[in-house]
Design a binder for this molecule. Structure first.
Ligand code: GPV
Length: 814
């Protein structure tokens, strides 16, 4: 089907290549090959079909010596590679035929493809969607990250509670990566510094770690470009293996330093938008940054000399504050190692970096204790102090006598132990700062970064997030992709998502609507099969598929969703069918292992699911499926089936959200608050296609500021009271329910009770709308027709135009 290729291979050729790879890479034959052998050989075969394009891309880049975008991110959620690369290389159909000719079941082989879960949630997946769009838009770009040995944990439920299992994702080997030990880097930690005249110093690290890169291909869709993502793995420098200890029989001591080095890239921190100031995390951050900067400089020097052109050839995008230690690191390289004057080094640095902020939550704004920095990165702390000193002089000159402003702007947070505010360092050391949705960018300038926005307003931008239509339509939803392609004539729309607007008229075509419904039903059937095998829940493929997929976080308010389910349960039990239609309530998402409040909500959701699903009065109308281990692969299964998208965070808390876009693009209507990118989704799809409820950000902030008594809502709203009572001591009682309800009735940090009635009434309107299937389908189609804006291609265009000022370099065709 939908595929683009320059090299048209036949099934016989693919079969030949596959057998060749089986023999050479796996040392086996098709007769004796295991499924793993076949998978690995297939992956190599597919990879080979991208190599020519990759080589042509590097040649074109070498010749053009263009300005490059370097994306620095501690997280990437790439998703499975096989399906994507089959489609992008145009080998999907021929590979299938080749496998079948060999008597191999393609589905069985494809099931062995492992998703590298090198991220937590939205931020990591956004990085992957941007890389996809960069390649598709022919932008010279490299993504840098960490090759964690263990990715995001695998989630299981034990007695309804989340249990975490390690994710040894590369155990069988990752066939998509190329190791590049030649490009290794030596990275120092700890030690001491000595002044070396002027602003220079010599840093003598106390420990050295080796960074070894490998890269994976990042193909563009429908174009010749294949970019790369380069991931660093920590290893011990050979010096750190103490042979004398070994000789003396102290084996443990001998390998200790070796093991310690490796731990830097051993495991992804499973915390999403909540910082914990752990030394190992700062080590990871510096490791990523130090390796990547050296690699960027190495690449720059392939075609350029001196430092004059550096800021013209290099732009480094910092994905939140995690890689912000790159700013003092580049200063250190330029001043201490390259001998540039401070002012010149600062001028280069400030023209190279741009910073994306992904949050408004105060607890997500990273700060590091100066004591930790002084020990781990002594020279960087000195440089940060000097950056701050010079910066605060500018501030003082601009706002004479305004001590409060100095305090608000300072990179160093005073009071108790001094801490370095990484967001402040990021703003001071970058030429551009952006938020990730219009509302978020505005709130950043009005609240979190207000003093900076007042001082340097032109530095602040908005770049609304986007998602890859290739990953979330072409790969995830082939049925809908085929239907749209049939209507629009070909697959070019996957590179030009505004063309979805041409579907608008199709909403009026009864035949098209019937097909649309058939695709959605098919997808709900696939999801039902998964829900049955993975969660033991049987879902009705004709029921409204009501989906909430995202990390578990109090501000996202999964609890509000659960309370509504209890309301429906009570209504059905007493025979009141107001707002009741057949519904499948689907949850997916993980919580940070130490986030107990979020885990209590998960346990409650599972408890409610168990009671609801087992109740014969209720089950015909309502099912609840909490699908374990939500990840990109599961997202690809859930999203295409969804009819309703739950985006119900407290307004002013969600920076953007991206599942809102993925679900909208797959034909789900949204129920949501005016938060993050929901605002822009509603503006585009129209108020008719968006079930809006609840307080806006201003109202929520006002209510939070005054005295707020959540118990009043409990006392005045009978359905709310019944729902809450059913949690403490009622049918949904579970461990921690008392704590959960206690918090809700006394503090209710995220104003769940204040928005409860509006939400329940809004859900009643959803049910009403669902009853008219023809009209619902019209809305679903229009919703998709108007969602083209949320392509990550548009996001990349915005970055290119407003921030990066880079141009595409299309590689030659063969
Ligand atoms: I900061 N986000 C995340 O996934 N992890 C983080 O550490 C931080 C932010 C998320 C935001 O919460 C979402 O609103 C946003 O859509 C996403 O980043 C991508 O911008």
């Amino acid at each position: 089907m939908t595929q683009v290729s320059h090299v048209r291979a036949t099934p016989t050729e693919i079969e030949f290549e596959l057998l060749g790879n089986l023999a050479r890479a796996r040392g086996t034959t098709v007769e004796s090959a295991s499924a793993q052998d076949l998978y690995q050989a297939l992956a190599l075969t597919v990879r080979d079909h991208l190599i020519d394009r990759y080589i042509r891309t590097t040649k074109a880049h070498y010749e053009a010596n263009p300005r490059f975008v370097y994306y620095l991110s501690a997280e990437y959620m790439l998703g499975r590679q096989l399906g994507q690369n089959l489609l992008y290389s145009g080998t999907a159909d021929v590979a299938r035929s080749a496998l079948e000719a060999l008597g191999v079941d393609p589905a069985e082989v494809a099931a062995l493809d492992v998703e590298p879960g090198l991220g937590n949630g939205g931020l990591g997946r956004l990085a992957a969607c941007l890389l996809d769009a960069l390649a598709t838009s022919d932008i010279p770009a490299v993504g840098y990250g960490i090759r964690y040995d263990f990715g995001i944990f695998k989630q299981e439920f034990r007695g309804g509670a989340q249990a975490e299992r390690p994710d040894d994702w590369a155990y069988y080997g990752n066939p998509w990566e190329f190791r590049a030990p030649d490009d290794q880097q030596h990275i120092g930690f700890y030690g001491s510094t000595e002044p070396a005249g002027g602003n220079r110093a010599v840093w003598t690290p106390g420990e050295t770690v080796l960074g070894e890169p490998s890269h994976m291909l990042v193909p563009g869709y429908g174009t010749g470009t294949v970019n790369i993502i380069r991931l660093w793995r920590a290893r011990s420098a050979p010096e750190s293996f103490d042979l004398s200890q070994f000789g003396a029989g102290r084996y443990g001591e001998a390998v200790e330093a070796m093991v310690r080095s490796g731990t830097i890239s051993a495991v992804l921190y499973p915390d999403d938008s909540t910082e914990l100031g752990r030394e190992l995390r700062l080590k990871q951050q510096y490791f990523l940054v130090a390796c990547s900067l050296r690699d960027i400089i190495r690449r720059y020097r392939l075609r350029n000399d001196g430092w004059d052109a550096f800021a013209d050839k290099v732009v480094i995008q910092l994905n939140d504050t995690h890689p912000v230690i790159a700013i003092p690191e580049l200063m250190r390289i330029l001043v201490d190692e390259e001998g540039l004057a401070w002012e010149q080094a600062w001028s280069i640095t400030r023209r190279v970096f741009a910073y994306t902020c992904h949050t408004l939550l105060p607890e997500a704004l990273e700060t590091w204790p100066v004591g930790l920095l002084r020990r781990l990165l002594p020279r960087h702390l000195e440089i940060i102090y000097l950056i701050n000193h010079v910066f605060l002089q500018e501030v003082a000159a601009l706002y004479p006598g305004d001590a409060d402003r100095l305090r608000r702007l300072s990179i160093i947070e005073e009071g108790g132990e001094q801490r370095v505010r990484m967001a402040h360092l990021a703003v001071v050391g970058s030429f551009a700062v952006n938020g990730v949705a219009a509302l978020h960018s505005r709130l950043l300038t009005e609240t979190t970064l207000r003093a900076f926005a007042e001082m340097m307003p032109r530095q602040f931008h908005n770049v609304t997030n986007g998602i890859s239509p290739r990953r979330f339509l072409l790969v995830a939803n082939p049925g809908l992709t085929r239907l749209i392609s049939a209507r629009l004539g070909g697959t070019d729309w996957l590179r030009d998502l505004d063309r979805l607007a041409e579907l608008e008229a199709a909403a009026g075509d009864p035949d098209f609507r019937a097909r649309w419904r058939a695709v959605k039903r098919r997808n709900r059937q696939d999801l039902a099969a998964h829900a049955l095998s993975e969660a033991g829940v049987s879902l009705d493929p004709d029921a409204l598929c009501d989906v909430m997929i995202k990390r578990f976080h109090e501000y996202k308010r999964q609890l509000l969703r659960v309370l509504h389910v209890i309301v429906l349960y009570h209504r059905i039990k007493r025979g009141d069918l107001t707002g009741v239609v057949r519904r499948s309530v689907v949850f997916g998402g993980k919580a940070a292992p130490g986030y107990h409040a979020a885990k209590r909500v998960m346990l409650l959701a599972n408890t409610v699911a168990e009671v609801v699903n087992a109740d014969p009065d209720v089950a015909p109308y309502l099912k609840v499926a909490f699908l374990p281990d939500y990840n990109v692969t599961r997202a690809e299964l859930i999203i295409p089936a969804a009819d309703l998208s739950e985006q119900i965070s407290l307004a002013g808390k969600e920076a953007s959200g991206t599942s809102n876009m993925k679900l909208a693009l797959n034909g789900a209507l949204t129920i949501g608050t005016l938060d993050g990118a929901n605002v822009e989704i509603r503006d585009r799809v129209g108020a008719d296609n968006f079930f809006l409820f609840g307080m806006d950000a201003t109202e929520a902030a006002a209510l939070r500021a005054g005295p707020y008594n959540p118990r009043t809502y409990y006392e005045l709203d009978e359905e709310l009271r019944a729902a809450i009572d059913a949690v403490v001591g009622g049918p949904f009682a579970c461990e921690g329910a008392d704590l959960l309800v206690g918090e809700l009735l006394t503090r209710d940090e995220y104003l769940t009770l204040a928005d409860f009635r509006a939400y329940v009434d809004c859900q009643d309107r959803v049910a009403e709308a669902w009853r008219d299937q023809e009209e619902w389908t019209r809305r679903s189609i229009r919703n998709v027709a108007r969602s083209g804006f949320f392509s990550s291609d548009r996001t990349v265009q915005d970055y290119c135009r407003d921030i990066w000022r880079v141009e595409p370099v299309p590689p030659g065709r063969d």
